[in-house]
Design a protein around this ligand. Structure first.
Ligand code: ZN
Length: 215
């Protein structure tokens, strides 16, 4: 198989971005570079950058942009990225996008588009058993008895993150930081927006039909 394009995947919370990133990476045999994962790896392996990151985290601070970019750069330089990659979780700002360009050329940016009401429906319906940690969804995977765990009979809970107000806030934040980013990539003619409605496999087919092969 020929190389895959170097791809950035964007999408709001609840768009299934992580799942799609993993599926694309599998399909093309390229690494999925998730900023959360590589940060945890760098910290666990105790690389010089990982140690700096840990110091910030221990103080309860956010990681400076420059440090996160260095950690991404360290990862993108590994040989497995030579034939393409899926980058998930970065850039989040136009400044980061410009920094990223200094490290590597991005060939295509895929934005998964999901409407606000659909995201709320997906996330606000999630339920979790606080005892056995079984997961449910009021609409897509309901328990036999409403709000009760099938396995252990415990009343189900909703994560604080999944409260409707919290979701709407996260979406608002997402729109605020991605709007300029989408505009930036659109002007570079590498932005492709795909419809995130429907099943995971349907969304995946839409992404793969974008012609992600590099020639
Ligand atoms: Zn349970």
């Amino acid at each position: 198989m020929s190389d895959m394009k170097r791809l950035v995947l964007l999408g709001p919370p609840g768009a299934g971005k992580g799942t799609q990133a993993a599926m694309i990476a599998d399909h093309f045999c390229v690494p999925r570079i998730s900023t959360g994962d590589i940060l945890r790896n760098a910290v666990r392996e105790g690389t010089a950058l990982g140690q700096q990151a840990r110091a910030h985290m221990n103080r309860g601070e956010l990681l400076p942009d420059s440090l996160m970019m260095e950690i991404v750069e360290e990862r993108l330089k590994l040989p497995d990225c030579k034939n393409g990659f899926v980058l998930d979780g970065l850039p989040r700002t136009v400044i980061q996008a410009k920094e990223l360009e200094k490290i590597v050329n991005i060939d295509i940016v895929v934005a998964i588009d999901v409407g606000e009401e659909e995201v709320v429906r997906r996330l606000a319906g999630r339920r979790l058993c606080p005892i056995c940690e079984a997961g449910y969804h009021v609409e897509f995977k309901p328990p036999r008895q409403a709000e009760i765990c099938d396995r252990c009979g415990t009343p189900l809970k909703q994560r604080d993150d999944d409260q409707e107000g919290v979701i709407r806030n996260r979406l608002k934040t997402y729109r605020e930081w991605t709007a300029p980013l989408l505009e930036y990539y659109k002007r570079k003619s590498i932005l492709r927006v795909i419809d995130g409605k429907g099943k995971v496999e349907e969304v995946f087919r839409r992404i793969v039909s974008l012609d992600l092969q590099k020639r």
